[in-house]
Design a protein. Structure first.
Length: 311
């Protein structure tokens, strides 16, 4: 369960959040942080002061994207730097510690990023909590690299970029309730957030919803191509496939019935849908999808093993 916008705004008020990495997922989280204050990426003097956000991002294109998404009125909340050294100098000059450090780099870059922080900017994170969205890296390993266990591990997905993401998160027991509420506020702007009771379930979230958008995109590709082979223009087939997914999800969300009941409702005995579904079952669609999720799950676990061996 996520918090209401009022609760989220209160939890974010005055927070200082530093991002290591400013790519698409970090951008989605930052946009959510800025929108949590007013419902838009703008600020108002009559409302509580929102978070101050720092970003270390070496890629100039990514830095430009971050700057361009921020309204003029909110630019004092977001500071984007080329690297960690510059960010550390800026934060040190302000004489205030960072509340949350967000690890938003690829798993292969995580150790180097956290090592750099501990060596070059230890004061920057002396009192900070770590929020990691790096796939496959367990809290034990992150603690080894960061020097503490005040860690929340999360796995969002790419629809977070439009506020329609799905995210699973787990907080180490050392994280206090107020800190968890802050992490909730940082993450909830990206979409649906589910808190997990077992860290190992993060790998299941990675396999299901973390990688899940790619499964949907691939199915739309396949349906588009199938329609084209039956004589539809490619653009026509694509539009029909996308709207079919959009409409089916909207219907499912508004219906009190589950997917099984809705599937049965649209499947007339001896009709076209029954023929299609029987063909899917015969070809093993359920097994294909289940094995695909299992493969992603196995890879998520392997990432942790590989990262541990390099330590």
């Amino acid at each position: 369960m996520t918090m209401s916008q009022d609760q989220s705004t209160h939890s974010l008020a005055g927070l200082r959040v530093a991002f290591l990495g400013g790519g698409n997922m970090a951008g989605a989280m930052i946009k959510g942080l800025l929108q949590a204050k007013t419902g838009s990426p703008q600020t108002s003097a009559s409302q509580p002061h929102g978070p101050t956000i720092y970003v270390a991002e070496p890629n100039p294109e990514a830095r430009e994207r971050l700057h361009s998404m921020v309204a003029k009125e909110a630019r004092d909340q977001l500071q984007v730097f080329k690297g960690l050294d510059t960010l550390a100098d800026e934060v040190s000059a302000s004489n205030e510690s960072i509340d949350w450090l967000v690890l938003a780099v690829k798993p292969q870059q995580a150790q180097a990023s956290l090592t750099a922080v501990s060596q070059k900017a230890a004061a920057l994170i002396a009192q900070s909590r770590l929020l990691s969205i790096a796939a496959g890296l367990p809290i034990g390993l992150l603690a080894q690299w960061s020097g503490h266990r005040r860690i929340v591990r999360a796995m969002p997905n790419t629809p977070a970029m439009i506020g329609e993401g799905a995210c699973g998160a787990f907080a180490d027991p050392s994280i206090e309730m107020q800190e968890r509420q802050q992490a909730d506020a940082i993450l909830s702007g990206t979409g649906e957030l589910i808190w997990l009771t077992d860290e190992s379930l993060i790998d299941a979230v990675t396999a299901l919803s973390g990688s899940g958008p790619a499964y949907v995109f691939r199915m739309i590709e396949i349906l588009r191509d199938a329609g084209t082979k039956l004589g539809l223009q490619k653009e026509e087939s694509y539009r029909l496939a996308v709207q079919t997914f959009r409409g089916a999800i909207a219907l499912l969300e508004q219906s009190p019935e589950g997917p099984e009941a809705l599937r049965e409702r649209v499947t007339s005995k001896g009709g076209t849908t029954q023929a299609a579904l029987e063909s899917m079952e015969a070809l093993g669609l359920a097994k294909v999808l289940q094995e695909s999720v299992k493969a992603a799950h196995a890879r998520a676990k392997a990432l942790a093993t590989e990262a541990g061996k390099k330590t």
